[in-house]
Design a protein around this ligand. Sequence first.
Ligand code: HEM
Ligand code: PLO
Length: 480
Amino acid sequence: HGFLTDDRSPPSLPSLPIIGSLLSLRSESPPHIFFQKLKKRYGDIYSLMMGSHKVIIINNHRHAKEVLLKKGKIFAGRPRTVTTDLLTRDGKDIAFADYSATWRFHRKIVHGALCLFGEGTTSIEKIICRESSAIDLAPELTRAVTNVVCALCFNSSYKREDPEFEAMLQYSQGIVDTVAKDSLVDIFPWLQMFPNEELRLLKQCVSIRDKLLQKKYEEHKADYSDNVQRDLLDALLRAKRNAENNNVSTNDVGLTEDHLLMTVGDIFGAGVETTTTVLKWSIAYLIHHPQVQEKIQEELDSKIGVDRHPKLSDRGKLPYLEATIREVLRIRPVSPLLIPHVALSDSSIGEYTVQKGTRVIINLWSLHHDEKEWKNPELFDPGRFLDEEGNGVCSPSVSYLPFGAGLRVCLGEALAKMELFLFLSWILQRFTLEMPIGQPLPDLQGKFGVVLQPQRYKVNARLRACWEKNLHIHPDSDVE
Ligand code: HEM
Ligand code: PLO
């Protein structure tokens, strides 16, 4: 095998030409799966060169937690890449911004604004339930999810067939298809990224998105008031005003117009693409496993009944649904390689030394499909997240980090969990999801990108018999 190891560096893959040929053998594998396969040859942690950058790939939870938690502060950097610089005006957002005072500041503002809508208050529950009641799947589902995050960011919502909404979906898919791939392109020549065609598409999509963000920004500036905070954009505008009133340079504290726009862009983009993707995966798996769907419906029928809709406070009563959501997030993680981290100083991972500037990719796919940690990892089995009596959820393995961990942990975890619980419980209370006759079962492979999306598929939502006589229930009647 003869892989090269300098003293205490992680085993490193041979030089690029050889990887190139390795890849050409297995070019059908997306990177998270290819990285998992390399584990057999090089171990759980290995390094490789991406162009001039050294990259370490981590495939187990012990090293992953060392990077994200124990040494979280050291590995809290982000690399700069052509596509993310394009998307975020050179890292003026949160997710793709390098570690800095500005990044910390923006995380804090967003966190505060999300908490205002947070679990404690009923207002986010009201918003999600209002949208749950309007669902007719596929596009409707996406619109519903979009309207939740629209309420949070812009205090607005989209009506059916709104052209702005359609345009948003289009540009956002374009961005998902192209952004952040370039951090992998050097080692994945077959992705055929860079060259022009995709970069042109990205630029076009980003410019459409920017116009939308700019419009919302101008609207908010026009009727901004110090007395009311309607949404995240108001919270950001307030922070900017405060800095200006105190004669602090907005450039020094990262409160320029660019920063505000890019931060809202992050939350809006993440809010739409992640939750929608998980809902699509959930439905795909439910169609594949009708017995799981039946069990969730039995649980809904016995714990909630048909006289009212589920609410957040029912979460503890529906362990099987909760377990199903956890299992979906395990088997098809939204972000299979997280976002790359960067070492901000010289450090180590396990017994290996790591130099400042090294990029670290946590292969969440490997963590979630580790045979030492999960029995039959490719099997969809919500039961693994249930305690022995089946009355509560449990954490069967520490090799599970769907939202990451540490300083860079997902900012939207609480929101996403609320949405997934409410949307799925509302849908399954009323509908049984099936594949249309003559249609193939949904493909479960996934398209790799900045989010791991399922391939398109068709689904029938059949109104459940127990619900037919209940159509008179008013959507708001049971939500305080
Ligand atoms: C980052 C997962 C939904 C906002 C992340 C990361 C993961 C993740 C794995 C990267 C962690 C890292 O690089 O170490 C998920 C999953 C979601 C979800 C599985 C849905 C089920 C959301 C939502 C929002 C959001 C709804 C917005 C409200 C963010 C932001 C970051 C992030 C801003 C970047 C944090 C930083 O770099 O400091 N998420 N996410 N996410 N997420 Fe989420
Ligand atoms: C999704 C497409 C949008 O148009 C722009 C956007 C902004 C933030 C990104 C998001 C995209 C994809 C999912 C990301 C999110 C920030 C955190 C989240 C990368 C590209 C995850 C899962 O890490």
